[in-house]
Design a protein around this ligand. Structure first.
Ligand code: XMP
Length: 371
């Protein structure tokens, strides 16, 4: 059993020995891991810590303000707005790994500049065990995994990285967060990836897709927040797709395949396969059987269409999963009437939304995110 008190007793002397009197930078993304890492360091090092949140332009609606508010009595958080730089650097890129790598370079060069301006040589970040296990396994380039990939952060960016949570899993981080007195909105918060909405605008990044995704995700979060799912969010993809005759005949329903790809896991390796759609089927067991057959082909995510219309450039995917450790996950069996209500709201947001689907793939063969 994880014991937060003995965990802190163990890491505190190590951190004090390493950092001594030096200042240290903490970058917070709004998720539980980075916030817990920063608060832990603040408890140990006090004013030596400079906690910042970079507004990358890929944060959720009003996120910077909300996180600052939630932490107002706990951490003197500063928001650094770099949204325009990030969005213009990433606009037009389609490939998932290219997006992640570019985001990572920009993110750390921004931190490097801030560190240098403040005479700081240390960076604390909230990398946890699952992050580097999956990155090392080649499933994805998680933006905050550096040292484990052999990147010399001192040489590249001028700071040494400290990762106090590197051996913990999510439930242990939450236990630590509670012990540190973080508000429930943070300790129980669903994870939010560092690259944020960038990896939920699946395929080519455009400003229009990003703004629609931000609005839609806000609706999904408020509709699903009390249902107890481990993670729930939306994605946006371009709606072009074509009927796949071979897969359709195998499963006896029309299966369409989108032009956009998404990540999955096969064995221990990453796959970058197709996204498919199936019509609405009012029986999750049957859906599960069909999905099993479809994902034998080069398909990583399957969406069940909840609502659609003739025209529109974009498809919205709703994702909700249940998981203990985020290494495997089950899609949640949300009642269809609930999904229909949410889909109707989403369709009203923008006339370019052609359809809304519900992701009915578990991890594996899908990943939780799409990129
Ligand atoms: P996947 O998509 O690999 O996600 O099944 C597993 C968990 O990790 C989160 N995730 C990230 N978190 N930076 C992060 O801080 C990232 O680059 C990143 N990519 C995925 C994801 O949201 C899920 O909780």
């Amino acid at each position: 059993m994880f014991n937060p008190e003995s965990f802190i007793e163990e890491v505190k002397p190590q951190i004090l020995k390493e950092v001594r009197e030096e200042k240290i930078l903490a970058a917070i993304s709004g998720g539980v891991d980075s916030t817990t890492a920063a608060v832990l360091m603040y408890k140990i090092l006090g004013k030596q810590l400079l906690p910042i949140m970079i507004d990358t332009g890929f944060l959720r609606k009003d996120e910077a303000r909300k996180v600052k508010d939630m932490l107002k009595d706990i951490l003197p958080l500063q928001i650094v707005d770099k949204s325009e730089e990030f969005i213009s650097a990433l606009e037009g890129i389609s490939d998932a790994e290219e997006k992640r790598k570019k985001f990572r370079d920009l993110f750390y060069s921004t931190l490097s500049t801030i560190a240098k301006e403040n005479g700081i040589r240390y960076l604390v970040q909230g990398t946890i065990a699952a992050d580097w296990v999956e990155t090392q396994g080649g499933i994805k380039t998680q933006h905050n995994v550096l040292v484990q990939l052999g990147i010399d952060t001192e040489k590249t960016w001028g700071f040494k990285v400290i990762e106090p949570l590197a051996d913990l899993y999510k439930d242990e981080v939450r236990a630590l967060a509670r012990y540190l007195g973080l508000p429930k909105e943070i300790s129980e918060r669903q994870p939010f990836p560092g690259p944020g909405l960038l990896i939920r605008v699946v395929g080519k990044l455009t400003r229009e897709k990003l703004e629609i995704e931000r609005e839609v995700n806000d609706i999904i979060e408020s509709e699903l927040k009390d249902l107890g799912f481990s993670q729930y969010f939306s994605v946006i993809i371009d709606s072009q797709k074509s009927l796949d005759d071979l897969i359709s005949s195998e499963v006896n329903v029309p299966v369409y395949v989108y032009n956009t790809r998404a990540t999955g896991v096969k064995g221990d390796v990453r796959s970058y396969g197709k996204i498919a759609s199936i019509p609405l089927i009012d029986d999750y067991e049957k859906v599960r059987e069909i999905v099993q057959k479809i994902t034998k082909y080069d398909v990583t995510h399957v969406g069940m269409i909840i609502n659609d219309r003739k025209d529109g450039k974009y498809s919205i995917g709703i994702r909700a999963v249940l998981t203990q450790d985020f290494m495997t996950a089950d899609f949640a069996k949300i009642e269809l009437s609930k999904l229909q209500t949410i889909a109707e709201k989403i369709m009203r947001i923008n006339k370019e939304i052609k359809e809304v689907f519900y992701d009915v793939t578990s991890k594996p063969p899908a990943t939780i995110e799409y990129e």
